[in-house]
Design a protein around this ligand. Structure first.
Ligand code: PA5
Length: 475
């Protein structure tokens, strides 16, 4: 039968819109961006848009909505097997190998998915373990039955210490419970050739999915990294990919001012140049709260870069801040209105929530409460969004709004692609490599040294000296 996303009319009714009025001086006053500033940048935008077109083939993550029909088929088969045989599905991974699965699950599954009784859940319980806090891993053992659990170990490099330690732990846990059958309980998602995980997978005949070459961690949600966990939980991954494909088409527009991702990036880069070093993402939906964590990594790791040009060190980036409407109105909005002009706010508003709750007439004799009755919580949250957007705007702070008609697979696929394209285009405008992360190496190497990995002896000496010197200023 036909799926809803096959209808052009339905797709267009679900199109994301970018409202950037409040980034402009006309709405926000002198701290905003002038129309002339945008016009002046046009040649740069045109050149960057052209480079994006030329690099389309290199940006393998951009092809994921189009080149995975065979992979999707395998994922759906594996997911069906997991759903038949398991009570729990545990993702072991970190950074780009975990934030996407967490965000998509929160956005598209029941908001209290793991708390639902099995009969009401659309798949096994999902746990995404993106930390090696020993208390957390130990506590997991108290809530899962290894015989009814599948672990999906995800690491593109196949060598991340955190994830490999988790794999060693899970293998031991499984062996103690089910012996040689442990192999049936581990699915490896990794590079097809590089790293240690693929070796382990081959030697032990594990079910395996691949992170395609050229798809970096933070751009990997729409490959098996994110798709398998989603499919296991009953999320329609074909619709998710269709949404991403739809956004890819919208983002193929060469005129930056008509391209949703390019205009978002262009405005953010201009804001950065005006001293806005902070990028707040504030969705007005609990379902989207972990999209902020996913976005934070995407924006921070992609744009936080150092360039040496003509002997000068140039530093780039914006600090992402995660905020949730309405919750953080009561925590951060005071800062957003009266605080310094060092930030932009990106709201995500939802036109139609998947459920609504009426506010009934109960205490009609108390006027201070009675006005709420007769409305719904959906109306209330929408009104509070509009009110906060207004308050931030009249206080002169730049903000913009991504409008989602609903939160569903199709719109979320669009949102993921929109942010990925925005990030790639911002990288082009800034002249930096948005796809590497050289700054995380130092910490990794120091960890290797501390844990005695061969070849890191000099680093260990350096660390010991630094720690010795640190004794001075501890009170
Ligand atoms: O975005 C990135 O590249 C990182 O956050 C990685 O995803 C993270 O370090 C995990 O890497 P890997 O998937 O190789 O284990």
């Amino acid at each position: 039968h036909m799926k809803r996303f096959e209808s052009r009319e339905w797709r267009d009714s679900m199109r994301l819109r970018v409202d950037y009025n409040n980034m402009m001086q006309e709405f926000v006053g002198m701290r905003g961006i002038g129309a002339a500033m945008l016009a002046e940048q046009r040649p740069q935008y045109e050149a960057a848009a052209l480079r994006m077109e030329e690099k389309r083939g290199e940006m393998k993550w951009r092809q994921l909505p189009f080149n995975q029909s065979e992979v999707v088929h395998q994922i759906l088969e594996t997911a069906a097997w997991v759903r038949r045989n398991c009570d729990a599905f545990v993702v072991l991974g970190i950074g780009g190998s975990a934030l996407g699965p967490i965000a998509v699950q929160q956005a598209l599954s029941h908001l209290r998915y793991n708390d639902l009784p099995a009969a009401k859940r659309s798949g096994p319980k999902l746990y995404v373990e993106d930390n090696i806090d020993p208390e957390r891993m130990a506590s997991l053992m108290d809530v899962i039955d290894p015989a009814r659990t599948v672990f999906n170990v995800i690491t593109k490099s196949g060598s991340t210490s955190e994830t490999m330690s988790q794999l060693l732990w899970a293998t031991d846990f499984l062996k103690n419970a089910v012996g040689d059958a442990w192999r049936e309980h581990v699915i490896a998602t990794t590079d097809a050739e590089k790293g240690n995980l693929i070796k382990i997978a081959k030697e032990n005949d594990l079910r395996t999915f691949f992170v395609p070459d050229g798809v970096g961690g933070r751009f990997s949600e729409l490959c098996p990294v994110g798709l398998l966990a989603a499919a296991v939980c009953g999320i329609d991954i074909e619709e998710l990919l269709a949404g991403a494909a739809y956004m890819d088409a919208l983002c193929s527009e060469q005129d930056a001012l008509k391209n949703p991702a390019y205009i978002l990036a262009a405005l953010e880069v201009l804001a950065m140049k005006q001293g806005c070093n902070i990028s707040v993402l504030m969705p007005y939906a609990d379902s989207l709260r972990f999209m902020s964590d996913w976005y934070a990594q995407l924006w921070a790791e992609s744009l936080g870069k150092k360039l040496v040009k003509d002997g000068k060190v140039l530093r780039f980036g914006q600090t992402p801040v995660k905020s949730l409407g309405v919750t953080d109105q009561h925590s951060q909005v005071q800062l957003y209105t009266d605080g310094p002009f060092d930030k932009t706010i990106t709201f995500i508003s939802v036109e139609k929530y998947r459920s609504d709750v009426a506010v009934p007439h109960v205490f009609d004799d108390i006027p201070g409460i009675a006005f709420l009755s007769g409305h719904s919580l959906g109306e209330l949250i929408s009104a509070e969004f509009r009110a906060t957007e207004h308050a931030v705007t009249v206080s002169g702070h730049m903000n913009k709004n991504i409008i989602m008609p609903e939160v569903n697979e199709f719109t979320l696929g669009q949102l993921i692609m929109l942010f990925e394209m925005q990030t790639a285009f911002a990288g082009e405008l800034l002249g930096i490599d948005a796809f590497d992360q050289p700054g995380v190496e130092e910490g990794k190497n120091a960890t290797y040294a501390l844990l005695g990995k061969p070849g890191y002896e000099a680093k260990l000496d350096e660390l010991k000296k630094a720690e010795e010197a640190k004794k001075k200023l501890i009170v």
